[in-house]
Design a protein around this ligand. Structure first.
Ligand code: ATP
Ligand code: MG
Length: 426
């Protein structure tokens, strides 16, 4: 089986690592890939916005299966282009990826199919939005409609903050076209949970539970990021409870998308908040979470290729997945300044010492080789360090021991990944 994986982040590194272990694999290409991935696969310098180039490459290399990591090419219609060329793709079509590509579409779908979600209004006119915000009870949550790399959501505590945020998004173009339309919604409170499920548009296989840590600082302080760490499984969620949440959040959406003539195939990610009134859906994503994937996939025992291929062919035959009986903790190491402006090109030390360490994985996100062939920082989120253990505590210890070996100037990370779950276990 010849596989092409699209993407260049930590999520794609863990996917490449998993796919590379499959006995079915004969060749793995990753476009464009990254420094860590180049140890496992052949990286191809093709941009993900060059859909024609990607199709041409896949045809030339007789690719049997293409796996799409990030949301942008899916929302752009990579599935549709590959499909039209007779190529098999794991991931949703452009119409189905709209569940992530447009938060207004996603909220309207939740409303239509009675999926519990925060009350909301959609605005395309900045004056109407501001007028609504001034009258609304605070706090409110303002969300850019389109893709904003995890930074398009602002929780506003005062009308003034809301009006300013709306001005930045809708008039000043802080998120380009993605912020021309916004959602203003009620703020919910509770514990968050990421529910990931594989689906062929009909059957659904949930993955193990995980929890992301969106805020940049310990104790969930500071601005939102793309995700500063994750752990899996969530001990506060029993298997029965997870199934209940899947039945409430994933299944009705899969049925709804099929009913709308936009069958959803691939991985559906439901961001859940466990409120006092029960689980509410915050959002859907059309791909694996980053860093949830780095926490969840190392725990997966089953081969991913057969199930991805079945979904790409439109019919899931696999019924369940097998998991290692271990917990995991993934800690993201970020560049100084992230999620704001940050510098690149900082030398990273300590990576060699961790190669081959038991129950430790280091997945690359924002790294590159400098002119001397040394690994340096090249992005906001630089690495995800994963520890596995018989207990969550052991996994956490493993991860932070490994983190202590790695250094680069300006490096920062959260020291409390998994803390909430450990408190629950107590
Ligand atoms: N209604 C809400 N009430 C409280 N907090 C919220 C609400 N909506 C979103 N949030 C917070 O903002 C975060 C980001 O929101 P959301 O998941 O909708 O945005 P996103 O930019 O698509 O994120 P991602 O990068 O995970 O796809 C959530 O994880 C949650 O912490
Ligand atoms: Mg999202």
């Amino acid at each position: 089986m010849r596989v092409l994986l699209l993407g260049s982040g930590g999520r794609e590194h863990v996917l490449a690592w998993k796919i590379a272990q499959s006995p079915l694999l004969t060749k793995l290409f990753v476009a464009p890939g990254n420094t860590g991935i180049s140890d496992l696969a052949e990286c191809v310098p093709l941009s993900l916005s060059n859909l024609d180039g990607l199709v041409e490459f896949a045809l030339k290399e007789s690719i049997d299966l293409t796996v799409v990591g990030p949301e942008a090419p899916l929302v752009e219609g990579v599935w549709d282009r590959f499909h039209a060329a007779g190529l098999k793709v794991f991931g949703p079509s452009r119409d189905a990826a709209e569940l992530e590509g447009s938060k207004a579409f996603s909220k309207d779908m939740m409303h239509k199919y009675s999926i519990p979600t925060a009350h909301y209004e959609v605005f395309s006119n900045v004056n109407e939005a501001k007028h609504y915000a001034v009258e609304a009870e605070m706090p409110v949550v303002i969300k850019a409609d389109g893709l904003a790399a995890g930074k398009g959501v602002v929780i506003c505590k005062s009308s003034q903050e809301a009006v300013e945020t709306l001005g930045r998004m809708m008039s000043e173009g802080a998120f380009g076209d993605a912020g021309k339309k916004v959602i203003i919604e009620e703020m919910l409170e509770g514990e968050e949970l990421s529910v990931l499920a594989l689906t062929d548009g009909d059957s659904v296989i949930p993955l193990a539970s995980s929890q992301d840590h969106k805020r940049v600082y310990d104790y969930d302080r500071g601005p939102n990021t793309g995700g500063m760490g994750a752990y899996s499984p969530c001990p506060q969620i029993s298997r029965e409870k997870l199934q209940e949440i899947v039945d409430l959040s994933v299944k009705p959406m899969i049925r709804g998308m099929a009913a709308e003539g936009k069958p959803y195939r691939g991985l559906l990610y439901a961001g859940i908040m466990l409120t006092e009134k029960g689980p509410y859906v915050l959002e859907y994503n059309c791909r694996f979470g980053d860093p949830e994937a780095q926490a969840v996939i190392p725990r997966l025992k089953s081969d991913l290729i057969p199930v991805m291929l079945e979904i790409a062919e439109g019919k899931l035959k696999t019924k369940t997945l097998e998991w290692h009986d271990k917990a995991s903790v993934a800690v993201v190491l970020a560049s100084g300044g992230y999620p704001g402006a940050f510098e690149k090109g900082r030398l990273i030390t300590g990576l060699e010492a961790l190669k081959g360490a038991a129950d430790v994985h280091v997945f690359h996100a924002g790294t590159e080789l400098n002119a001397q062939g040394k690994v340096v920082t090249a992005g906001g989120r630089v690495l995800a360090v994963v520890g596995l253990g018989d207990t969550l505590r052991e996994a956490q210890d493993k991860a932070y021991q490994a983190v202590s070996k790695i250094q680069f100037e300006g490096m920062h990370y959260r020291r409390d990944i998994g803390r909430r779950a450990l408190e629950v276990l107590k």
